[in-house]
Design a protein. Structure first.
Lengths: 236, 225, 236, 225
């Protein structure tokens, strides 16, 4: 029987290795798999390359993973937000590397990685510093920059509802990067707010088909990052 | 529209008036993406009878106004990470699909803020290029590359009185030749092949006043004497 | 008020012009917008380039459009099926042009066109006759062929459910090419089996957001192509 | 498994036996795409206790067996355009997502038919290259390029007795160096860096019998004396 359910966040992230590339879902706190991130902090893998749109807030979740010194490099589009202190300090002191990618190019690179497209062209960033050193090519009289597909060892994402095959649905704008990150990782690890019987998710409304998912762990009442930040919480 | 009592009200449009003026130029039926800050306020001023659909690049088409206090959902936010609502007819989608809407020229109009706009329509709005700044670009470069009509709402000058409309941007670019029209506190200014052209002046502002606060030569549009 | 509903298939296709490129949804009969195709036959536009996975069956729908001499060129992956007689005859007599594209490359080219990607690389067809004359490039030690995004003037697709904004859902494997074709056309024309009030389609289950749709026409009881073929029907 | 009475049954596996033999090599939990013809029959022979998920490239993961007569839905079909069913846990998606599963190496195994397979693992299964043939490729090239493990089920020789396992394909290729294993009516044959290697012989068939019907040199695998 195919059963991708796994008992705990700790078990779900146990094999993430030093030096791994890890896609982490979420746009700010929406869709951030905070319990999986905290399990990764407990687990301790280091020298990670992490892909996320941002760099976390306060001292929990992604910010705590960075603060804990586990991240060697961030690939993201917007590494600062109101409550983002951890990354800016490490970045200014040269202790963390940053690859800044326009948000749509980041999304398309992840989708391309998952879809077996090694490279594609986009008009985004042409004529800006972010296109420097990249190949520029004209199609139909307009210039485009070549960007590479992005694949990863692991993806950590948050879903609303899952089944044992790994079929997923999401909640509102918490969907964001999760479906494409699920496609682009060798091992996709999901925390789901509910797990239902096979067949309970209508095949028409599955957003991420189970083929893109390796492990599903139930986190029935996920923490809300902004609340933890407001309370001044830290992790670990 | 209140001003501090400490200093005399400068001539020109308030933030709200700039947003309202921009809203006049958005036709009913448009698909629109609004940047963070004053651009967000455009949604409040859509003229009666026009239905406009707002896109937020984090995966929502049909974004509605902010929720009533206490009704915020941390998983229903806009690109500025503020709580929003979804109108009837809304849809959620993932980031690659969201930026397919942008890059594929499906969004009709995008309204953005600016640090600088050059007379060639170049936009700089993501980085001062300062060595200690944390660079952060978000979706700005995708929006200016993919959306056919880019409107800018901006104060005409910086807080220090430096012109933001310039011959050439000194800050790192967001995109080249992308801006169609600027709504500043002093004027509505079009980008034309010959550079900046003033289409409309704010009340109490004359052409020379705007020219003095602009970093390059302005032309008068047809609407001006 | 945004209202994309239009009164009849004839009104929906009225402005399709001679020489237009038209994406037509469907995989065989599943998802084929047969009433829109028949309206296009009545309308008479010629010299069309048509993109569809196949070339139709019998003498109705897409096969009838081809038989009526309106199609100068087909772009497709599989131009022959059991009941496909029209295309093979015209092709052998040199009266219609064929651009044969692997099915996945066809889908990706359409998706790229809709997503503003002018070109991308794929391993599909490398080392085969279908890669001849195309640019080959190595990434990570493997060879890929460059393929171009495909955009069109019109798309004709079939949906299950629509609203006045053009939000769409589909029925089972009739979904196939429709969502990506809707993205890739300047004007996307939909025949929907039902039209509901705004808000009746859950925002989580919308497959094609209305931004990709221009016109929606209600065809409550669409004809079933295989039944028409079995009955020996012809159109017009 | 009935044969015409007119001629003696040739030695080797029947179509059903070939499909059943291939099914043995598909691990539980695999995501599998089955080509049209004998490959489709593989689904009938999955060993007890294994759960295998079938993908059909026209937009369904979790394809089930054909429906009962009279229950066919013309909008629920497989890549061969035949009516199928969807199992609990199935999902529908569009063509670009479906081929993302294929091209992105998410499908584990694909079982296809063949016109020719070369000892380098090249596969030809879409065109005879005849000048009057209507070329039609479907998803075959995407499958062989994107699926890590390609199994071929095929009669060892053509109806005219010509070998299908050859030194070099004379028909246009579907893909280069893509085939992992062949299930013919006579043998199970692996593709190795040294060419074809016979892993298993059908009952009543010996190595020389297979060699005589093959267009290039075969090697004996470890399992054979």
């Amino acid at each position: 029987m195919i059963d991708k359910r796994i008992g705990s966040p700790a078990a779900a992230v146990a094999d993430i290795f030093d030096g791994a590339t890890v896609l982490i879902g979420g746009f700010g706190e929406a869709g951030s798999p905070i319990e999986l991130i905290h399990a990764l902090i407990d687990q301790g893998a280091g020298n990670l390359t992490v892909v996320n749109n941002n760099t976390g807030s306060g001292h929990v979740g992604l910010a705590a993973l960075i603060e804990n010194g586990q991240v060697a490099k961030m690939i993201c589009s917007y590494p600062r937000t109101t409550n983002s202190k951890v990354f800016p300090e490490l970045y200014r002191s040269g202790k963390i590397e940053l690859e800044l990618v326009p948000q749509g190019t980041l999304a398309e690179r992840i989708r391309a990685g998952g879809a077996g497209i090694p490279a594609f062209y986009t008009a985004t960033s042409v004529g800006t510093p972010l296109a420097e050193g990249k190949e520029i090519r004209a199609f139909g009289g307009r210039e485009y920059v070549m960007e590479y597909g992005l694949r990863a060892d692991f993806a950590l994402i948050k879903a609303q509802c899952a089944d044992r095959h790994g079929n997923l649905t999401y909640n509102k704008t918490a969907r964001n990067f999760a479906p494409i990150m699920a496609m682009a990782a060798k091992t996709t690890i999901v925390q789901a707010s509910s797990i239902v019987e096979l067949g309970e998710i209508d095949p028409e409304v599955v957003v991420t088909p189970g083929i893109f998912v390796n492990r599903v762990v139930l986190v029935a009442n996920p923490a809300q990052e902004s609340r933890l930040v407001a309370e001044g919480r830290t992790y670990p | 529209m209140t001003m501090t009592a400490k200093k005399e009200k400068a001539p020109g449009w308030s933030r709200e008036e700039m947003a309202a003026r921009a809203a006049l130029d958005i036709p009913g039926g448009s698909y629109v993406n609004l940047g963070i800050g004053i651009p967000e306020m455009v949604a409040r001023y859509v003229p009666e009878g026009r239905e406009v659909i707002y896109h937020t690049e984090n995966g929502l088409l049909g974004m509605g106004p902010p929720p009533a206090p206490g009704c915020e959902d941390p998983e229903l936010i806009n690109a500025g990470k503020k709580a929003v609502t979804a109108i009837p007819g809304a849809s959620f989608f993932h980031h690659a699909d969201s930026f397919a809407m942008i890059r594929g020229e499906h969004i009709d109009i995008c309204v953005l803020g600016a640090m600088q706009v050059s007379e060639k329509g170049d936009l700089a709005n993501w980085s001062t290029g300062a060595p200690d700044a944390i660079p952060a670009v978000g979706g700005a470069m995708d929006l200016v590359a993919g959306v056919p009509t880019i409107y800018v709402i901006t104060q005409h000058c910086t807080a220090e009185g430096e012109p933001k409309l310039v011959e050439s941007c000194t800050y790192p670019l967001t995109g080249q030749g992308v801006v169609s029209r600027i709504y500043s506190d002093l004027a509505v200014i079009d980008l034309t092949p010959e550079g900046f052209e003033v289409a409309e002046l704010a009340p109490g502002v004359d052409f020379d006043y705007v020219q003095q606060r602009t970093g390059c030569k302005l032309r008068k549009g047809n609407g001006l004497d």
